[in-house]
Design a protein around this ligand. Structure first.
Ligand code: NAD
Ligand code: TYD
Length: 360
């Protein structure tokens, strides 16, 4: 008999951890988390679940087909929620191979093992099963200045190796629906921010640099537009799609209020001046340093999220001002967590990307 359990991959990362915490507080059914604990995976993200009767952690690789098959056999999930990925664009520019392996090969292995599992289920359980593939607005590429936000019908036009790998995974997910009718749902979300985000991404990197008076690196002219969504809103959208989405469908998930990077980092610096002790050197916005642009840097992302609003009734609930304040508060309150992110891979990355002083 299939239980209401879900199998999550990459649940020890930023969004996966927020999703599991929210899931156990709301839907409540058991969760198995398969995570390799790469440099970005952090067991401390889910430390509050130690000993929890409905949470089970498995340390392993999504590219291990035998392990995935045995987990599906043992736990008989009603859904597989796939977050696991290499997720940092800048790292994908330095080392694309890891993105091909985890994001493409790993996704294919999960899809194939899910298909084998699902096709052997009794009819009622087969009808209920879902494979939720979590994707990104970066698969659509950069939007022209006057262009309308991307709908789900936009073709894939990825610019970075990261985006290319996510587009390939989404294409395989689509193929498994069309070829075998595997009940795949795909979500395409804009930039997330919030608690537990690994400090290689713009918002936590800026927050920690500005907090400690280090330079805040801004690529190019800082006018690139991103549509920041508070992570709780993304997780709520994923639950709505999992419960009520139509198999084979794609759902865009965006906040609908794009901002230039310069405005984001300026707002963060000003919030820190208000919420943290002042720096002897003056206002933190003076720390903003324009540095060489990212190669192939997408200028603008914007999503049309009207389908998920219309069909599933999802709308973002947290404004950017509120979400940013909550995020700053969380990082200020969790210095111990920040220490746990300072692993050799991360410190080596900071030095390589931003220069030797950046890892201090
Ligand atoms: P993250 O880098 O914080 O976490 C990724 C997690 O995957 C880590 O816990 C890591 O240990 C795990 N992982 C990596 N390789 C693995 C493997 N081979 N086997 C098992 N686990 C492995 O990423 P995130 O920001 O939480 O993103 C999660 C998902 O959401 C990704 O698929 C990403 O493409 C997508 N997404 C992210 C954003 C964003 O703004 N962060 C926006 C849209 C979509
Ligand atoms: P990031 O958080 O890496 O997300 P993504 O590349 O997936 O959108 O970057 C967000 C934006 O911030 C992007 O336009 C690149 C820019 N950026 C900087 O200007 N400086 C930085 O040090 C980083 C990491 C990003």
């Amino acid at each position: 008999m299939m239980r209401d359990l879900i199998l999550v991959t990459g649940g020890s990362g930023f969004i996966g951890a927020n999703f599991i915490l929210q899931w156990l507080q709301t839907a409540g059914s058991p969760v198995v988390n398969l995570d390799l604990l790469t440099y970005a995976g952090n067991p401390h993200n889910l430390a509050s679940l130690r000993g929890h009767s409905r949470y089970h952690f498995v340390h392993g690789d999504i590219c291990d087909a035998d392990l995935v098959a045995s987990l599906l056999r043992a736990h008989r999930p009603r859904a597989l929620v796939h977050f696991a990925a290499e997720s940092h664009v800048d790292r994908s520019i330095h080392s694309p191979a890891a993105f091909l392996r985890t994001n493409v090969e790993g996704a294919c292995i999960l899809l194939e093992q899910a298909r084998l599992y699902w096709s052997a289920l009794p009819p009622a359980e087969r009808a209920a099963f879902r494979f939720l593939n979590i994707s990104t607005d970066e698969i659509y590429g950069s939007l022209d200045p006057g262009g309308q936000p991307f709908t789900e019908a936009a073709p894939a036009a990825p610019s970075s190796p990261y985006a290319a790998s996510k587009a390939a995974a989404a294409a395989f997910a689509r193929a498994y629906f069309h070829t075998w009718s595997l009940p795949v749902l795909t979500t395409v979300c804009s930039n997330n921010y919030g608690p537990f985000q690994f400090p290689e991404k713009l918002i936590p990197l800026t927050l920690l640099n500005a907090l400690h008076g280090r330079p805040v690196p801004l690529y190019g002219d800082g006018r690139h537009l991103r549509d920041w969504l508070f992570v709780d809103d993304h997780c709520a959208a994923l639950r709505a799609v999992l419960h009520h989405g139509s198999p084979g469908q794609i759902y865009n998930i965006g906040a609908g209020s794009p901002r230039a990077n310069l405005d984001v980092v300026t707002a963060l610096c000003d919030l820190l001046d208000e919420m943290a002790p002042p720096l002897p050197t003056g206002p933190r916005r003076n720390l903003i340093a324009f540095v060489a642009d990212r190669p192939g840097h997408d200028r603008r992302y914007a999503l049309d999220s009207s389908r998920i609003a219309r069909e599933l009734g999802w709308l973002p609930a947290v404004s950017f001002a509120e979400g940013l304040r909550r995020t700053v508060r969380w990082y200020l309150d969790h210095p111990d967590w920040i220490e746990t992110t300072r692993n050799p891979s991360h410190l080596g990355w900071l030095a390589r990307q931003y220069g030797p002083g950046a890892a201090s």
